[in-house]
Design a protein around this ligand. Sequence first.
Ligand code: IMP
Length: 205
Amino acid sequence: MSGPARFVLATANPDKARDIEAILAPLADRLELVDRPDDLGEVEETGETLEENALLKARVLCQATGLPALADDTGLEVDALGGAPGVYSARYAGEGASYAANVAKLSAEMEGRSDRRARFTTVAVAVFPDGTELLASGSVAGRILEEPRGGNGFGYDPVFCPDEGDGRSFAEMSRKEKNALSHRGRAFRLLAERLAGRLEASAGS
Ligand code: IMP
């Protein structure tokens, strides 16, 4: 009987990596996460959809390491902005924009708007050396706050208030509370269900 199946985590974003590690922690006996090699540059997100970008990242890491790879791509869609920033969420305020600059641009675009509905969507993928690709998507609906609130989390968390919560922004929640409701939590828990057969097979081999 061998140990847990090893997967390389394709994300170069430490904030996302910590969320994913926490979400998958209950599977630690069957699924071990390995950090991406430091010398591998960031994979350019040239796809036009979350799915394409997640697959691009996972395929590169799988090929570079010979290990199955996990990746995600996330977008924030704001109804009043026609679904923007969507797949361009990381570079909303320009290439290489900071979280603060992206939040400032979103707040400026939303000023005076009464329709503040928005949703986060994550597409999580697993790519295996044999070419198998598994995908799962997760979303959370909410609204864009008029003022940023809270010091936890990252990205747009201070201005996103999920509908299913208690009125706090994601940045006012603990990581555990956020992951229980979040787009990323939902996508990776569903992906883990889809991976279950392969994890059992590996643990039993
Ligand atoms: P990525 O392309 O999946 O790395 O994510 C795009 C951008 O969306 C990131 O740079 C963050 O600004 C934002 N983002 C991704 N996930 C989250 C989250 O869980 N909360 C808040 N913002 C996020």
